[in-house]
Structures are given as structure tokens and as C-alpha cells.
Ligand binder design. Structure first.
Ligand SMILES: [Ca+2]
Ligand SMILES: [Ca+2]
Ligand SMILES: [Ca+2]
Ligand SMILES: [Ca+2]
Length: 215
């Protein structure tokens, strides 16, 4: 499978849905998702099940993308959870945190629920404004279905670097079950291309070193 619309792993029923909306070339794709954070991924000093979720997008096209035309949401309710911002060069990724979503929602006068990625599994959608129509007219251009085991403490899931396989970045919380996607023993790569970085064990502090600290 490749990056083209026909290559998305979403199944025929999603392709059928895509055919029902005006065709917009999907230059931007959802690249990696962290739905059940167990650390301070957004770096604000607070661990938040809401603020530290993140969704990464990749510009798979040949030209710079204006991200303000794009929106993210899950498939519950009608409202998008974030209007993306900034621009993105070809081949580059951008990351958006739950805290970005909360801030945007509060600006809109909505409740700040963030992305609300369900820890038992969810469906995440990337939407795009229809050119020359109201910004409220959004069409879905990419959809990712997350299984329960993908949304567990500090596991992310996303495309492998070739864009051919949706895989589970589980080095921080290894998955040995039989469901797909299988774990790849790589750490999540927020804000970076989905290269495989194995977990580097922290050298255990030796007891005499520890004692010397407290003398
Ligand atoms: Ca945080
Ligand atoms: Ca969650
Ligand atoms: Ca789960
Ligand atoms: Ca990444």
C-alpha cells in the first residue's frame, strides 16, 4: 500500500465514503497519533490525559500546504476539535497537541475537551475546507481507526517511514498481543518523521554513586 487514496488501509467502506464527497487530493495525511499519554508530551510541566494527547500530520504532496485549511476531529459529534495552523513544507511533519485543541476550542467559546481520543479506540479524521466555500463546509480526506491496544499508556501508532504500513510504536509500553498493528519496538516520534528509534535504556545509577549524592 502507498500513500494514495486507494492505498489507505481504511477498507472499502471508507473509500466508498470518500467517493461521496468532492474529490480533494489528500496531500496532507495523519501520520502518527498518541491517544493515551503517560508523560508530559507537550512540555508544559503538567501531565494531562487531555493536553498531552497529540496528532502528527505529514505533507505528502509536492508543495507547501497552508494548514489553516485543515481540521482534526474524532468521529463523535459534529464539531472539529482543532483548526490547524501554520504552513508545512513537502516531506515535513507538524504536531498538534491536545492542549492546542483545548485552547482553540475555548477561543471558539466551546468546552475545552481537546481531541478526546478514546482510550478504548477511536476514529480520527482529517478534514479540509472546500475552496471558495464557507469554512464550515469541511470534507474528510483521511481517516484512521485506532484499536484499543493502540491507545494505551505512551504507545503511538502511525505509518512506517515508507508510508506502506500502519504500525505501533510500542517501545515505551511493549505490546505482545495478537491484534494488528503489531508493535515495532520503536519509540514514538512526536514532531519528527517516523524513523525507528529503539528505546535506549537509562544506565542504572550505582548505589555508591547514589550514596555520594546525599553525603
Ligand atoms: Ca503536558
Ligand atoms: Ca485519551
Ligand atoms: Ca486502550
Ligand atoms: Ca512522528
Amino acid at each position: 500500500m502507498g500513500w494514495s487514496a486507494t492505498g489507505l488501509l481504511l477498507g472499502a467502506w471508507v473509500l466508498a465514503a470518500l467517493c461521496l464527497v468532492p474529490q480533494v487530493q489528500a496531500e496532507l495525511v495523519i501520520n502518527e497519533i498518541m491517544g493515551d499519554p503517560l508523560q508530559d508530551w507537550d512540555g508544559d510541566g503538567i501531565l494531562s490525559f487531555r493536553g498531552d494527547e497529540w496528532i502528527e500530520v505529514l505533507n505528502n504532496g509536492a508543495s507547501e500546504e497552508d494548514l489553516t485549511e485543515y481540521w482534526l476531529r474524532d468521529d463523535h459529534g459534529e464539531d472539529p476539535h482543532l483548526n490547524l495552523f501554520g504552513t508545512l513544507e513537502p516531506g515535513q511533519v507538524a504536531i498538534f497537541y491536545g492542549s492546542d485543541s483545548v485552547a482553540w476550542q475555548l477561543e471558539q467559546g466551546q468546552s475545552g475537551y481537546g481531541f478526546s481520543i478514546n482510550n478504548t479506540g477511536d476514529t480520527i479524521e482529517l478534514l479540509r475546507s472546500v475552496p471558495e466555500q464557507s469554512p464550515d463546509t469541511l470534507i474528510m480526506i483521511h481517516r484512521v481507526i485506532l484499536n484499543n491496544h493502540e491507545v494505551e499508556d505512551d504507545r503511538s501508532s502511525g505509518w512506517d517511514l515508507s508510508g506502506e504500513e500502519w504500525t505501533l510504536f510500542d517501545a515505551l509500553n511493549p505490546y505482545n498481543g495478537a491484534s494488528t498493528p503489531e508493535g515495532n519496538d520503536c519509540v514514538p516520534t512526536p514532531g519528527q518523521l517516523n524513523v525507528c528509534e529503539p528505546l535506549v535504556p537509562v544506565h542504572p545509577a550505582r548505589w555508591d554513586h547514589l550514596k555520594s549524592r546525599y553525603r
